[in-house]
Design a protein around this ligand. Structure first.
Ligand code: PEP
Ligand code: MN
Length: 275
């Protein structure tokens, strides 16, 4: 006798039917792997527009960039806030790329919704239950990142909060978990992807940048993510990582992003997908 899952609504059902999320004219959760790329943070209008052009030229599908940044240190760059959202909108207008950007708390939700095509909820907020319960009030899809000390069941229960609040448009993101290893910033839990595919009908993407913390590891981890069935990737790229205000050491340079995307289309084809 099958026992019902604690996360009733986001659990994969017997019919195996999967959710397809529509955002900015794109579909996520089909056989086309979606690449989201851009800097960690929006730093200026010029910077994000330059990034958007590079991302588009490389063949990626969406632009990322944080205007509200959750930083471990209170002394680190906290993001440009609403000004950053305006620059993102300009970058979208110039390139046509839809935007993924983070909301950190309830007070930012309305304004982020106005500008974003997908609203990112960061790892540190995966269990901010009052925020999750309010995501039903926004009409945009949610990119829910896994907390770095959270189990897959906890991730799915957080997704269930969002679903139950009235927003069924949720994309899950594996972004690395904390282990005893210190060589990498976090440990990419690659098994999370096929595991989540067994457990939920929601699309699953991978963030190799925050997992690795190092530019040199982003390409191999991205290949692995596509190979194990990720529906997409969210990758940090900066035209001048040495002067980036945030996460420069894990940001690809433009040429690396182009090469990676060419590479990933081969991996995608090998498993019957496209990019
Ligand atoms: C980010 O995407 O820039 C970010 C802060 O990610 P995470 O919440 O996974 O640390
Ligand atoms: Mn970052």
């Amino acid at each position: 006798m099958p026992v019902e899952k604690a996360y009733k609504n986001v659990a994969l059902k017997g019919d195996g039917k999967r959710t397809i999320i529509e955002a900015g004219g794109l579909k996520i959760g089909i056989s086309k792997v979606i690449i989201i790329a851009g800097p960690c943070a929006v730093e200026s209008a010029e910077q994000i527009i330059e990034c958007a052009k590079i991302v588009k030229h490389a063949g990626a599908h969406m632009l990322r960039g944080g205007a509200f940044k959750p930083r471990t240190s209170p002394y680190a760059f906290q993001g440009l806030g609403e000004e950053g959202l305006k620059y993102l909108a300009e970058a979208r207008k110039k390139t046509g790329l839809p935007i993924v950007t983070e909301a950190m708390d309830l007070s930012q939700l309305k304004i982020v919704e106005e500008y974003a095509d997908i609203i990112q909820i960061g790892a540190r907020n995966m269990q901010n239950f009052s925020l999750l319960k309010n995501l039903g009030n926004v009409k945009k899809p949610i990119l829910l990142k896994r907390g770095f000390a959270s189990t897959l069941e906890e991730l799915l229960l957080s997704a269930e909060y969002i679903y139950n609040s009235g927003n069924p448009n949720i994309i899950l993101c594996e972004r690395g978990i904390r282990t005893f290893e210190t060589y990498t910033r976090f440990t990419l839990d690659i098994s999370a992807v096929p595991s989540l595919k067994e457990l939920t009908h929601l699309p699953v993407i991978v963030d190799p940048s925050h997992s690795a913390g190092k530019r040199s590891l982003v390409t191999p981890l991205s290949r692995a993510a596509v190979a194990v069935g990720a529906d997409g990737l969210i990758i940090e790229m900066h035209p001048h990582p040495e002067v980036a205000l945030c996460d420069g050491s894990q940001s690809l340079i433009p040429d690396q992003l182009s090469t990676l995307i060419d590479d990933l289309s081969k991996v995608a084809r090998a498993i019957g997908k496209e990019l």
